[in-house]
Design a protein around this ligand. Structure first.
Ligand SMILES: NC(=O)c1ccc[n+]([C@@H]2O[C@H](COP(=O)([O-])OP(=O)(O)OC[C@H]3O[C@@H](n4cnc5c(N)ncnc54)[C@H](O)[C@@H]3O)[C@@H](O)[C@H]2O)c1
Length: 337
């Protein structure tokens, strides 16, 4: 068995989840980590017995790595992936893979050089897979539409303390690109690509605090069917995400880890055995199966479920939604001074 030598870039919140997964997997060794805040890299290095660096470049110069995990702010994913690809190093990047059309073009070039995976871990949620399987049987008729709600809590300190969130240049957006992108991706996977997106973005509770959106509402058409989509970080708590897929003879409701099949006369509720939760439960429990699958694909040479081509439709839809929503939000912010 090949033991993959892995480097982690960015040693903040989510890096701890990546490190915990990589530590558990039999075929990965955390060789090094890097952060521009040295104490963060040193703390992670001390926990996992690896070497700490102050930048990705320093780490790549000093180490012989098979892969890097990008756990840095959004705007850095593409340039870091490009730099790793130039050295022939495989990339596993946190979402979002890009924040602009220009970055997408650059990232596609990088993905042509090395294996590149994207952390859309919720694709591995068992209830999502079960819903997909049921839809494919056609037993409840064709899909007629869907709705999705993501209502979480992100307060002023979440943005003020981070140094990169809440700004177009570094986060590329907020409620959609950061929190709701997973749900958008699941809808696209379950229903098909978008042929329409009418999007509005606003600031409700963070007006004057962030320049990006804290709330987004959209009327989408995915696979030719209407989808109502609402995401906001203005709620009082991190409520479970709701996705409801309406078919001709039943609604499939995915909430928390469960799948409910609601017909005219009964509701069947299915729950699933889940892997251990390593991060916050409402993100989903999928980092472990997702990262494990990435290394299986590297070892076998088989395509990875979350390769760049597989996220294209989601990313294009997300960028189109920002093309629509961002301008009006920026004008409103400017008018309010
Ligand atoms: N998949 C998920 O469910 C999930 C959940 C949380 C976060 N994320 C993603 O993970 C990424 C990081 O989020 P986070 O919450 O851990 O943020 P964070 O701010 O806690 O961590 C980011 C780290 O990157 C470091 N950094 C910044 N610039 C750097 C550079 N040039 N070189 C090296 N390190 C640098 C920062 O110092 C910080 O320690 C984001 O893309 C976020 O969207 C994904």
């Amino acid at each position: 068995m090949h033991l993959f030598q892995v480097g982690i870039v960015g040693c903040g919140g989510i890096a701890r989840v990546h490190a915990a997964v990589l530590h558990q997997l039999p075929d990965t060794n955390i060789a090094a980590c890097a952060d521009i805040i040295p104490e963060r890299a040193e703390a992670l290095a001390a926990q996992y017995g690896c070497r700490a660096y102050r930048s990705m470049e320093e780490m790549l110069d000093a180490e012989r790595l098979d892969s890097v995990h990008l756990c840095t702010p959004h705007a850095l994913h593409t340039p870091m992936a490009v730099a790793a690809a130039r050295r022939g190093i495989a990339v596993f990047t946190e979402k979002p893979p890009v924040i602009s059309h220009e970055q997408w073009t650059q990232l596609e070039q990088a993905a042509a050089q090395v294996p590149l995976g994207v952390c859309f871990q919720n694709r591995y949620n068992p209830n999502v897979q079960a819903a997909k399987d049921i839809l494919e049987t056609g037993q409840y008729g064709a899909l007629t539409g869907a709705r999705a709600f993501i209502t979480w809590h992100r307060d002023e300190s979440y943005y003020r303390d981070s140094g990169w969130r809440g700004a177009w240049a570094t986060e590329g957006g907020s409620a959609l690109i950061n929190q709701a992108i997973h749900t958008l991706d699941l809808l696209v996977r379950l229903m098909g690509p978008a042929d329409l997106a009418e999007t509005h973005m606003v600031n409700h509770h963070l007006r004057g605090v962030i320049e990006t959106e804290d709330t987004v509402e959209a009327y989408l058409r995915l696979g030719g069917k209407p989808v109502l989509f609402f995401a906001s970080t203005a709620y009082a708590a991190d409520a479970p995400v709701l996705i409801e897929l309406q078919a001709e003879q039943a609604a499939l409701r995915l909430e928390c880890d469960a799948l409910e099949i609601i017909t005219g006369h009964e509701t069947q509720r299915r729950t699933f055995d889940l892997p251990q939760t390593l991060g916050k439960g409402y993100w989903g429990n999928g980092h472990l199966p997702c990262i494990r699958d990435f290394y299986h694909s590297l070892a076998s040479g088989k395509p990875f479920r979350n390769d760049l081509a597989s996220v294209r439709d989601t990313v294009m839809l997300m960028l189109a939604m920002y093309d629509q929503g961002r301008k009006a939000l920026a004008e409103k912010n400017a008018a309010e001074g």
